[in-house]
Design a protein around this ligand. Sequence first.
Ligand code: SF4
Ligand code: SF4
Length: 304
Amino acid sequence: MRTTSRRQFLKLLGATGAGLLAGRPCAARGAGTVNNDELGMLYDATRCVGCKACMAACKRVNRDSGGLAYERAPFDQDKLWDAPADLSGNTRTLIKLYKGPQNRWSYIKYSCMHCQEPSCVSVCPVSAMTKDKATGIVDYDKNKCIGCRYCQIACPFSIPRFQWERKAPQIVKCDLCRNTNLRGKGLPACAEVCPTGAITFGRRGDLLRDARGRIEANGGRYVNYVYGEHEVGGTNHLYLAGVPFPRLGLPRLPAEAPAEFSERIQHTIYKGFIAPVALYGMLCIIALRNRKKRESKGIQEEEE
Ligand code: SF4
Ligand code: SF4
């Protein structure tokens, strides 16, 4: 899990640049520390049967009904089948099927990774994206959002989506059912309905132990890696799979969060205010030189 694709590189660059421009450090935690008490989910692709009950439950609790033309499968002549091809302004959880060579296949779930150091929170200029200190849930306040879509650009997993088709669009992404199922039943709707136990909800530390235990007990069934343990500073949505993660659309990413990187650059630049003072000094010198030039030119003109 070392190389970074060109697209991911540009995304990380964008996230870092936007972070520098926003100039607001990610308020989540100290650099390099992971909070394993935060809430998260473990998705075990080897247990998933692709029934999409989680997708349906997610849409039900969030009132993200289907019915948009672009979401319908091409064969849906009677307009009864809702089969989103991607995350969108009304789909925040998606199950897809990977079919590879030698009959290798796997289902895969996409939804917000609830990063330990979320780039979306770091770049949002109006604090519409927030990370809850107690639970670690990355949430969104539609009343603060100005629609700049920095969060979309910065997310290394391309999760937040914008409701382009609506008059008053919002950013859409999973919030672990914070104000719906989690509040009412103590767990997100997808984890509640999964009939095979492919989605486990709990504290990150417990989920990690569970994941490592499954790998140890079932040699050969899993790729020997828990996706999300280290990527971009760690995520609270963790993955187990029997197929290499990049083939399932989960990108190879560095262990350092873009937010941490941009903060380090900011701190280096502004350390002791050396850079701003140097810049100010340079501007003064240029202004003085120009003034002298103008003055000597004026004297010359007077003499002529
Ligand atoms: S689109 Fe909204 S939530 Fe996203 S960065 Fe801009 S203001 Fe923040
Ligand atoms: S996955 Fe993307 S949207 Fe979710 S917390 Fe991380 S950066 Fe934000």
